[in-house]
Write a protein that binds this ligand. Sequence first.
Ligand code: SF4
Length: 209
Amino acid sequence: MSEFVQMRNEKLAQYVIKGLKSRNMSGYYAANKEEALKIALSLIPEHSSVTMGGCMSAIEIGLVDALKTDTYNFIDRNQYQDKRAAMLDAYDADVFLTSANAMTKDGIMVNIDGNSNRVSAIAQGPKKVIVIAGMNKVCDDLDSAMKRARNVAAPMNAQRFNLSTPCSVNGTCFDCKSPDTICCQFLITRYSRHEGRIHVILVNDNLGF
Ligand code: SF4
C-alpha cells in the first residue's frame, strides 16, 4: 500500500472515529496489524470470556491466537457439538469479536448474516463488542455500504463456505431466496445505547472481505 493511500486512510479513519463517537461508540486507529492487536488486547481484561462471530480480521491480526491461552477464557464454537449451546454461550460472554461487512464514513456499521447469531450478538448480549475493520470496509454512505455488503462481502463469504448461491457462482448479488442465502438478516448499527459497549478498531490495511 502506497504511503499516500496510508495517509488518506489515516485521515479518513479519524473522520470515522468522530462519527462513531457521535453514535456513542468508541473508535481507535491502528496503523497496522500489530498496533491493532495491541489495542484489541488492551480492551480485553485478563480472564474475560471471549467469543467471536466468524471474524477473519481478528484471525488476520493474530488476536485469536493470542486469546487461546490460559490468560483468557476463549469460547471456541468449533469445539461445541451442540451449535445452539455455542450460540447461547456467546450471548453471555464478556467480549464478542466481530468485523463489519461495511462501514459508512460517518460511523454506521452494516452486517449481514445467515444464521444470525453474529448480528444478534452485536445487537445485544455480550457485555463488550470489539469490531476489527480494515479501511477497505469504509464506504461513502449507507447505500454504498449496503452494496458493498451484498456485492463484495457476501459473495466471498458464500465462496468461503462453499454455498450454493448465485453470488457464489457470479461474484455479485442477485437478491436471491436460495436456501443457502447468507443474507437472512441485515443489521445497521447506527447508535449504541450502552456507553462503552461497542469499540471499533480501524486498521490501515486490507482485512477480511
Ligand atoms: S442475497 Fe443471495 S445472491 Fe445476494 S449476496 Fe446474499 S446470498 Fe448472495
